[in-house]
Design a protein. Structure first.
Length: 304
């Protein structure tokens, strides 16, 4: 793999690390099967792209994109908590609605950002974009990770974790679980939308269909991270999620560049399915290998 390909894979991996952290909050912390990611990721990209083209500051555009993603997460949570719609169905309804909303926001199937200012522009020179952009993204991801570590060690974060682990016990302790679910879904999709806002700025444009398969990528990153770095410590879990997203993109890049395998860009979904399947099977295989083998005793006792 060339250095250019490696840095490109690292760049996309760091962006999807934000998506993976959002997916981790909904699936692992809240135990909420949420498919809104396929709509909130392009929503963040659409909002950021429209604002940047309109002359807004890129950083402020990213912040507003996060608010839009939070609103999408709130909608999914509201459908479940207030209207009693099943979690999975509520997220599917929001995801479907967001496709039309994204088209409304963009006013077209895609918006080019070539020549427009981005969050990377103040740091990038003429020939160093290939390594400066991943460095800026690494700083953003590190900041988000540290803020999540702090949040989940606070009283509000502990309430969110308790709600996902045992809602009945959380309610007995005075936690308003409905509000906590709404807040957790808003936080999850805000991070996913931030990933979408940064993605369009690295790719040079937004497309209404760019969210296809986002939830699968996020889940793959979470599962790979848990397999590579199994732990019950919070800051290691969030680190493993970030590492899982980066490793996922590196595996994809290696598979696509391996000439002897013969894979092409259209095989991306196939590679993703294989990687997720392997990541799911590995923990079971490791558990089998670690089981002690009991030595068989002779039926007639010890021989003299």
């Amino acid at each position: 793999m060339s250095m250019l390909s490696f840095m490109g894979a690292l760049e996309i991996g760091l962006i999807f690390a934000l998506v993976a952290l959002g997916v981790w909050i909904s699936f692992r912390v809240l135990d909420f099967p949420d498919l809104t990611a396929d709509g909130s990721f392009p929503l963040g990209g659409a909002v950021a792209a429209v604002l940047i083209v309109s002359g807004w500051n890129p950083w402020l555009s990213c912040l507003i994109a996060m608010l839009a993603g939070a609103a999408a997460g709130l909608l999914t949570g509201w459908l479940n908590v207030r209207l009693g719609i099943l979690q999975l169905l509520a997220s599917i309804l929001t995801m479907i609605a967001l496709y039309s909303i994204n088209l409304r926001i963009m006013g077209a199937p895609n918006i080019p950002l070539l020549g427009e200012p981005t969050v990377f522009m103040p740091f990038v020179g003429e020939n160093d974009a290939y390594w400066v952009q991943p460095l800026v993204l690494a700083g953003i991801v590190l900041l988000v990770k540290l803020m999540l570590d702090w949040f989940f060690s606070s009283q509000m974060g502990l309430a969110l974790r308790a709600t996902g682990a045992n809602p009945r016990m959380a309610r007995a302790q005075g936690v308003h679980t409905g509000r906590v679910v709404l807040g957790g879904m808003a936080l999850s999709n805000a991070l996913i939308a931030l990933g979408g806002a940064l993605y369009v700025q690295t790719q040079g444009g937004a497309d209404v269909s760019m969210g296809l398969g986002t939830i699968v990528i996020g889940l793959a990153a979470v599962i790979i991270g848990e397999t590579l770095m199994p732990s019950r410590t919070l800051y290691i879990i969030t680190l493993a999620t970030v590492v899982g997203a980066v490793m996922y993109r590196l595996f994809i890049a290696l598979a696509l560049e391996a000439d002897f395998i013969g894979l092409k860009a259209q095989d991306l979904n196939l590679i993703t399915a294989v990687l997720v399947a392997v990541a799911l099977v590995l923990p079971r295989l490791k558990a089998k290998w670690r089981k002690p083998v009991k030595s068989a005793k002779p039926a007639g006792g010890s021989q003299p």
